[in-house]
Design a protein around this ligand. Structure first.
Ligand code: IPE
Ligand code: IPE
Ligand code: MG
Length: 243
């Protein structure tokens, strides 16, 4: 057995995905409306993205709005959509200057046209950046993504461009919103809930998970660094027996 065959500690994760949960409870604990918590949560994003290069994280994917979040009150949904628009407008210049490449995943069809225009523009103006690849999941659901991918795949079969017998895991991966991204190595969820709420179902098949009690507006770069430290000692097996 060569030395390189031995199970190695994982080292820093290349791709971290975060389910930013707990904004509502954070606001509630302060006797404030839920949107106050969403605004505080949005402020955290920048600090966490900017901490990535120093921590060895190249890809950061954050869950901002799920396909199920439309079930909330109209006021909360509208407030969130407005917050996304304001956030993009406010942060674009610095993201361009700070080497952050932004992408969005999720279905844009249901989103406000003004918001989609801002999303498209942000993707375009940061397209040459390469320091950190930040992906924002907005109107994103893992099942919805797989269903949309399957629809496009089926169309290629119907058009005679793809043979059913040639369809394998890699084929489906090509049709997902995340097709240009590596799979997440680590998924963090804040706020104490131990569930994944339809986030990156296909892509996280072999991710490591961290569920922490901290509410998202309280999540600091220090907490982030401590989680990554712990991750570095994990042994990832991918189904094999460690030698
Ligand atoms: C996460 O915080 C942000 C979104 C889902 C948009 P929540 O709004 O879910 O906060 P809690 O879970 O109610 O505390
Ligand atoms: C998941 O949080 C979605 C986002 C963080 C955007 P939720 O608060 O919507 O999840 P559930 O409803 O508690 O599962
Ligand atoms: Mg929640």
């Amino acid at each position: 057995m060569s030395k390189s065959d031995k199970a190695k500690p994982a080292g820093p994760p290349n791709h971290v995905a975060i389910i930013m949960d707990g904004n509502g409870r954070w606001a509630q604990a302060r006797g404030k409306p839920r949107l106050f918590g969403h605004r505080a949560g949005a402020k955290r994003v920048r600090q966490i993205v900017e901490a990535c290069p120093g921590l060895g994280v190249k890809y950061l994917t954050i869950f901002a709005f799920s396909t199920e979040n439309w079930k909330r009150t109209q006021a909360e949904v509208a407030g969130l959509m407005l917050l996304f628009r304001r956030y993009i407008k406010q942060e674009t210049k610095d993201m361009v200057g700070n080497g952050i490449r932004v992408r969005f995943i999720g279905d844009r069809i249901k989103l406000d046209k003004k918001l989609v225009t801002l999303m498209d523009k942000l993707e375009k103006v940061t397209a040459h950046n390469d320091l950190v690849h930040m992906t924002v999941a907005l109107n994103y659901g893992g099942r919805d993504e797989v269903a949309r991918a399957t629809k496009r795949l089926a169309q290629e079969v119907a058009d005679g461009k793809l043979k059913p017998e040639d369809v394998d895991e890699e084929t489906l991966t090509r049709f997902l919103d995340t097709h240009v991204l590596p799979d997440p190595d680590l998924v963090i969820r804040t706020s104490g809930e131990a569930r994944i709420s339809n986030f990156l179902l296909w892509q996280s098949a072999y991710a490591e998970y961290e569920f922490i009690d901290t509410l998202w507006p309280d999540f600091t770069p220090e907490i982030f660094a401590a989680i990554l430290d712990g991750y570095g000692n994990r042994e990832r097996r991918f189904g094999a027996v460690p030698k």
